[in-house]
Design a protein around this ligand. Structure first.
Ligand SMILES: *Cc1c(COP(=O)(O)O)cnc(C)c1O
Length: 389
């Protein structure tokens, strides 16, 4: 693709450069674990990095490379490293960039497995993590130690849609010489581009909106070329590489990402407004609503409120379960970012392993439900929820 100042919609469809001798129009799926060299000399040059080119699919694969180039163009990143899952992206980032004795400051409102990774995996290898408020920038500053190397956040948070001020937290990170990594899974580059706001690293679970149809697992790490070198180095050596088939699915997912994010967002806003009108709903959490405490910040750093809506029903767990069990269409599952609307009761599923006290402190009440709004007609989603409400 020529170097032009293309819009996101165009990059989503066309960015990426690998074409084979067959001049295929639709990006090809290269199912091969290794690549053949013309000569012993070429093999030697490839292995020592003197000549670019594919060697082995744990290192690179043309379909995966096309996905990386396209996502990098969308995020405005120099380099993208595709991984086998979103968790593998976080693992590769930390293993590539941290060492024993380093310290991490992370938002307490991040994905549950990410919390476990910091608390249970990295701690074993001598990396300590301090968890702070997603929204109070002063807490980030106060948590900094001389050995702080990484800030980690996710915005909007799951399930309460808290908004972290990326630019403000990036400024704190810069001030203390730490890197800021942003898990951009909920917004995708269509709605939010953290690198433009001062973040150093963007992380994705491609499993969610980038696939968009709930088919395959994958992830990505994006940032500057120099910064991504050790991340890629970890991946190449240890193997949490994205499969070529999954990369091909994600490439096709990217082509419709703009249309889908706009449609998810429009449906979510309409559903959130409707939920606010329901007498049995105590509170709605959606960054696109003026009632959201960080509505102004959300619309400054995101294009829309996104596709995730949470709400608290009066009557606690019994009332929440009644809504779930009276749906006929919504999928009762913890996944999100799918064309199909999903409904989750965080207190007894995604957040069940946290103590009731910690759950209460995090604001996850027993009456809370999370909806990942899909692409069905909003009226059908409303009718499905109205039965239990
Ligand atoms: C799902 C998710 C992850 C983990 O991604 P996997 O692809 O399931 O490994 C990380 N962060 C967020 C915000 C997620 O929603």
């Amino acid at each position: 693709m020529p170097e032009e100042n293309y819009q996101l919609e165009t990059l989503a469809v066309r960015a990426g450069s690998v074409h084979s001798q067959f001049h295929e129009h639709s990006e090809a799926l290269f199912l091969t674990s290794s690549f053949v060299f013309d000569s012993a000399e070429q093999a030697a040059k490839r292995f020592i990095g003197e000549e670019p080119g594919n060697i082995y699919a744990r290192f690179t694969n043309p379909t995966v490379t096309m996905f990386e180039e396209r996502l990098a163009a969308l995020e405005g990143a120099e380099q993208c490293v595709a991984t086998s899952s979103g968790m593998a992206a976080i693992l590769s980032t930390c293993m590539g960039l941290l060492k024993a004795g380093d310290h991490v400051v992370a938002s307490q409102s991040i994905f549950g497995s990410t919390v476990n990774m910091f608390n249970n995996v990295f701690k074993k290898f001598g990396v300590d993590t301090t968890f702070v408020s997603a929204t109070d920038v002063d807490e980030w500053q106060a948590a900094v130690r001389p050995n702080t190397k990484l800030f980690f956040l996710e915005t909007p948070s799951n399930p309460l849609t808290e908004i972290s001020d990326i630019a403000a937290i990036a400024a704190v990170a810069k001030g203390c010489g730490a890197l800021l990594a942003v898990d951009n899974c909920f917004c995708t580059p269509i709605l939010q581009r953290p690198l433009e706001l001062g973040a150093d690293i963007v992380i994705h679970s491609a499993t969610k909106y980038i696939d968009g149809q709930g088919r395959v697992l994958g992830g990505a790490v994006l940032g500057g070329k120099k910064l991504m070198e050790p991340v890629y180095g970890f991946l190449r050596t240890t193997g949490p590489t994205m499969s070529a088939f999954n990369a091909w699915v994600f490439l096709k997912g990217l082509e419709t990402l703009k249309l889908r994010m706009d449609a998810h967002s429009a449906n979510a806003l309409e559903l959130a407004r409707w939920l606010e009108q329901q007498p049995n709903v105590a509170r709605v959490f959606y960054p696109g609503l003026p009632s959201h405490p960080q509505h102004a910040l959300a619309l400054k750093q995101q294009k829309t409120g996104g596709g995730i809506v949470a709400f608290e029903v009066k009557g606690g767990k019994a009332a929440a379960w009644k809504i779930i069990d009276n749906t006929k269409m919504l999928s009762i599952t913890a996944n999100l970012g799918d064309t199909k609307t999903t409904i989750t009761h965080p207190a007894t599923t995604t957040h069940a392993r946290i103590s009731p006290e910690a759950r209460a402190a995090a604001g996850i009440s027993d009456g809370l439900l999370r909806i990942a709004v899909g692409l069905e007609a909003v009226v059908d989603i409303q009718n499905d929820l109205a039965r239990g409400l």
